[in-house]
Design a protein around this ligand. Structure first.
Ligand code: GLU
Length: 497
């Protein structure tokens, strides 16, 4: 991806007409850099995908850069298969990255350099307090109802490095750490609550907070949009920025996604990973639209294309209350995106769902025609594949309800007449098919609806299908004519039997 040229040219501080002043304040002037830093200890789930999307949209909206970083310092739980799954899910959603993926596990020397810098400037110190002593003090503090922060035993000792020592940050003890959260407003934490947190373990490896801050500094991250489960980490991370003499980035903490029962979204509420929705036949643009609306809004608009989201996304419109995951709304939104999608593309996407059902499509043009007829009603690609089966496989069984109601002696004359009328007719010729129906209506005295229902069951096996004429056209001469004859024989056999 060509990010190098013309960042400033494509990142004008776009003033919004009529809101020039407000726009100046709200729109960033510098090239903005966002990031998505998942831990590859599991698949990409809905909450993580939303975080990725918000950061990506914000970068795209402002002509900035979006970085992908794997926070894989937990060697036990981090797995290559999850790295692959996350990359696959992001790619499927169309969330592309300009830089990375970086891997924290490969950045040890950079962290070591920053830890040393903090030690050299007197902003960090070695601590040799034995873990069991710390644990005893922690418990005692809790019993007394006190905040169990490190008591500073080694803070002023200026200890030299030694086996088993950890490195702690010399946090400020007075005053408060204040930051302006772009979603929640100003957040202030008394520094007395900030621990002298450990930044390097006894084996020299960095702790989570140190690694995150060093990464964000060295990668030039300007905006951090993340779940508000991280909000309590922010003052600690700001303390590291300050100790390093670096201005902290802009923070926007987004409320967590809740399930329909208003509990934090989890596997219990449905698909555990974003790519499960691909298997379930959802379109990536519908998922993106849905994720964007989980906590962000633009008036009362529900349907957004990805381009529209890129154009309209802003931090100001992220709500203060949690987005609720409503599967029924996702399904409806998917149906809307199915209707809006290009038919050829849908046909291509449908193939694996048909193959799963044992159907190999040889005639792409016919598949496209079939999709065109099914598009108005299909909610997902799975749903569409199920509805499309009658076009591509012989009818194995008539739907019970249709069989009982319409495949009976009463309709035999109409079916026989239509079969005869259609003998020399090309079913792709709608006028000729209409004329055939007209002749049957005249001879039987039945209305179109009365005749169409048994015909529908005869040629599709079901009581519901796309319109009669388009269904016949897509089925083709051979199918329509043989299926009518089969149904006639079936009724006769049933009557005799
Ligand atoms: N790796 C963290 C997570 O997966 C993200 C930390 C951050 O955004 O700063 O929750």
């Amino acid at each position: 991806m060509d990010y190098g040229i013309g960042i400033s040219a494509i990142n004008p501080c776009r003033p919004v007409s009529g809101r020039m002043k407000a726009a100046r304040i709200m729109e960033p002037i510098e090239p903005i850099v966002t990031r998505f830093p998942p831990s590859p200890t599991g698949n990409l789930h809905v909450g993580g995908a939303r975080t990725a999307l918000f950061n990506w949209l914000y970068a795209r909206r402002h002509g900035g850069k979006f970085i992908l970083r794997m926070e894989d310092t937990d060697r036990e739980r981090s797995k290559q298969e999850y790295v692959d799954a996350i990359l696959d899910a992001l790619t499927w959603l169309g969330i592309d990255w300009d830089e990375g993926p970086h891997f924290q596990s490969r950045r040890g020397p950079i962290y070591a350099e920053y830890i040393q810098r903090l030690l050299d400037t007197g902003n960090a110190y070695y601590c040799t307090c034995p873990p069991e002593v710390l644990e005893r003090k922690r418990k005692a503090a809790l019993e007394k109802g006190q905040n169990p922060v490190y008591d500073g035993t080694c803070r002023e000792k200026s200890l030299a490095p030694r086996e088993g020592a950890v490195v702690r940050l010399k946090s400020p003890k007075t005053g408060a750490t204040v930051f302006e959260d772009r979603v929640k407003g100003p957040i202030s934490t008394p520094n007395s609550q900030l621990d002298d947190l450990i930044i390097a373990r006894s084996d020299g490896s960095p702790t989570y907070h140190l690694a995150v801050v060093v990464d964000d500094i060295t990668m030039g991250v300007t905006h951090i949009i993340r779940g508000d489960d991280h909000v309590s980490n922010t003052p600690r991370q700001i303390a590291i920025y300050k100790a390093l003499g670096v201005e902290p980035p802009v923070y926007a903490h987004v409320p967590m996604v809740l399930g329909p029962d208003k509990k934090r979204l989890s596997k219990r509420h449905g698909a555990a990973s974003v790519t499960e929705y691909r298997e379930m036949g959802y379109l990536p643009e519908a998922i993106v639209n849905f994720l964007a609306r989980l906590g962000w809004s633009h008036g009362d608009q529900e349907f957004f294309t990805v381009d529209e989201l890129e154009e309209k996304f802003s931090l100001e419109n992220i709500g203060k209350s949690a987005g609720v995951f409503d599967p029924a709304r996702l399904l409806d939104l998917n149906a809307d995106h199915m209707r809006a999608a290009d038919t050829s593309r849908l046909a291509g996407l449908l193939i694996p769902h048909l193959e799963k059902r044992g159907v190999t499509v040889e005639d792409r043009a016919r598949l496209k025609d079939a999709v065109e007829t099914l598009k108005p009603r299909a909610k997902t690609l799975e749903d569409m594949a199920e509805s499309a089966l009658f076009y591509f496989t012989p009818i194995a069984r008539y739907e019970e309800k249709g069989d009982k109601k319409f495949l009976k002696a009463e309709f035999l004359p109409a079916l026989e007449l239509l079969s005869a009328e259609l003998e020399d007719v090309d079913v792709a010729n709608q006028e000729a098919v209409e004329a055939a129906f007209g002749a049957v209506m005249e001879q039987t005295g039945l209305g179109f609806g009365k005749i169409a229902q048994p015909v529908r069951v005869a040629i599709t096996g079901k009581t519901a299908s796309p319109g009669m004429f388009e269904t016949m056209r897509v089925l083709g001469n051979e199918n329509v004519k043989s299926r009518l004859k089969n149904a006639i024989a079936y009724i006769k056999a049933k009557e005799q039997g």
